[in-house]
Design a protein around this ligand. Sequence first.
Ligand code: NAI
Ligand code: MG
Length: 337
Amino acid sequence: MAHHLCVIPGDGIGQEVIPCAVEVLQRALPDLAIVEADAGWACFQRTGSALPEETLARVTACGAALFGAVSSPKHKVEGYRSPIIQMRQRFDLYANLRPTRILWSQASQMIGRPQPVDLILVRENTQGLYAGRERMQGDEAIAERVITRAASERIARVAFELARKRERKRVTIVHKANILPLTDGLFRDAVRAVGAGYPEVTIDEMLVDTAAMMLASKPAQFDVIVTTNLFGDILSDVAAVWGGGMGVAPSLNLGEGMAIAEPVHGSAPDIAGQGIANPCGAILSAALLVRHYWKLADVADRIERAVYGTIESGVRTPDLGGQATTREVAAEIARRI
Ligand code: NAI
Ligand code: MG
């Protein structure tokens, strides 16, 4: 059975890094069937829609998509909505997986003696403060933070299923239930209840501010982190520093029978068009799709080994201190597949 993928490069460096990820994927997965689709700011200016119906139809037909990045207008533009946020909602992509694995050479520059960081942050992707319930009431600007038991349980299942298959089998619940006893109390208790069905997995919990400090100072202690939407957004960027920063950080939006992989970075207008964007984040995102959606762990392992091997060999873009171009890094990764 062929593997179907909808490819949406988007704006800026999305146009540069996504073709690299496609090239590597095709090398690793010869039966890949690809369709391209359009989304983003340039698409909005051309067609009046940042996410045309045709793109949604193609993603639906494929089940899997690889999304680059889009530029957002600096000020509110009538009719423009972020395509990735629209797709997360439309396809109910409720889990956002953001793994970080340490780059030894990068880390040794930063802290001298690197610790073996290998963690995965599982972020609830549909509610919390991003539920879209913001309003003005008199002179008060109010944002509602929505947590349900059902959504907390399903994100917990994703976290425990991941942890069960990992070596350390540990889940850390990150919350702020001391200040938010209803919302985060519900989240924590629902996650713990699901965890009771996984006796082989160790559960602990941490307040979000402590977790931020620990991720910045002692990241090696974490295995799987499960948390709510906003906390996950912020903490995953802290964690990403250990993996080499924005150019390397991958993510996967996962729902029932659908997934969209996307590098964590944006369209990077400051370097777009120069041929120096790091393609590793896009390629590692593709590997997440291979691992968690198509369930081809051996293929994902090969892609990840090729990426980390390339970085450690010194073939790096300028964001990682190297002099290689986007194409040179991609070619070296493809060669190692
Ligand atoms: P950004 O991630 O595009 O760039 C931040 C910094 O990281 C820049 O200095 C950039 O050059 C660098 N960088 C990012 N990716 C890189 C890569 N692959 N290789 C080397 N360096 C890289 O974030 P920024 O500047 O805040 O946003 C730029 C635009 O992207 C905005 O319009 C923003 O709305 C959009 N954006 C889109 C996202 C998405 O589509 N998921 C996510 C974040 C931002
Ligand atoms: Mg973010």
